[in-house]
Design a protein around this ligand. Sequence first.
Ligand SMILES: Nc1ncnc2c1ncn2[C@@H]1O[C@H](COP(=O)(O)OP(=O)(O)O)[C@@H](O)[C@H]1O
Ligand SMILES: [Mg+2]
Length: 406
Amino acid sequence: MTSLSDGLSDGPQTDPDPPFESVDEVVAALRDQGYIADTRLATTVFLLTRLDKPLLLEGPAGVGKTELAKMLAAATGRRLLRLQCYEGQDETKALYEWDYGKQLMYTQILREKIGQVVEDAPDLGTAVERIGENESVFFSERFLAPRPLLEAIRSEQPVVLLIDEVDRADEALEAVLLETLGEFQISIPEVGTFSAKQRPYVLLTSNNTRDLAAALKRRCLHLFLDYPSAERELEIVRSKKTGLSDSLAEELVNVVRGLRELELRKAPSISETIDWARTLAVLGVDELDSQILSDTVSVVVKYDKDVTKALDALPRLVDPNAVVEEHSHGHGHGHGHGHGHSHDDDGGPDGSEIRTAKDTAGRHGEGVYGTPNYAKGTEKDAPAKTRNVTSGQGSRSFGLGRKRAL
Ligand SMILES: Nc1ncnc2c1ncn2[C@@H]1O[C@H](COP(=O)(O)OP(=O)(O)O)[C@@H](O)[C@H]1O
Ligand SMILES: [Mg+2]
């Protein structure tokens, strides 16, 4: 109960012993944890540790927003508390709940005792009244189940509070967050007011699926995290010790950057670059060509249409001067695309999709990747469609299950 009295004091203290002396120290400390930050990011983090403001990180999925919170916690030795937001979430999941199971268990065990309280009550009304008088026993701190916000505020040790994917939460929850983050205190009618002793470092992330309230943005430091520069992405890939040589990693980063330029439903993020590097390393690849990239493209592109677009673009991306490869078994377009293809087992899960792409390109002659005709050809001729089943399986096994975890 000690924290209750603090509710009346004049608010939480900013960190009396700030962890970083300079922006450079932030860069170095994060790097020690395996997180590669540029100066803009590190400056914002530095300010977060010095100003009494939460940090709102916005940007596409997979650019290191969640990871930053984890690594900041590790770098500062603070515990990480995480509130994962989702649609329809109500505030009890963010603030606190009553531990109903525990309340029930206590009433079961204390049945006799409770019986005594109402034993000589002349009527039901009086009995209810008596129980009511004792209600506070069951709505006390003992039966409180703190959720991340209350836990952050009650914590004896300063923490990093990550409010992840806040754009998924409803606006009602956003209002609760705003209020809580404004004062760093939570009032529980039955118990009292809890107030943070030391201000947590608060990071909110958003994948921009909807606009956040202006009031929330106003209260926060703000950083838009985009895909990194080629240089920083290479550094990140290197730091992950993927097993891929530096020169191949450099080429790969450029290919991924090229894929990001295509209008994909889901552009590949940093984690996909890392996964691709690992995949290629495991396969023992010592040269990047469009064949091996095509064979493994489902590691980075997770939707059928995206796969088709990526397969079209890969030869150009891996070698801008590429002349469209001659089809090894001629231009025979009669040999049944898709199902029943006798070579179906020679190219991994997406093997025939790759061949399909090549077939189509071959038919249209030299250097026509991306031309309207070409695009139409792939759509209409359906071989890609037939094989969509396969690439769909690819995206299920590689992507969707993991998407939320990003
Ligand atoms: N700056 C970085 N340094 C090191 N690894 C990073 C960096 N940014 C992203 N990553 C890698 O990318 C992965 C995905 O990042 P994550 O934080 O989950 O993305 P987001 O929360 O933005 O969707 C992380 O697990 C990490 O491996
Ligand atoms: Mg995330």
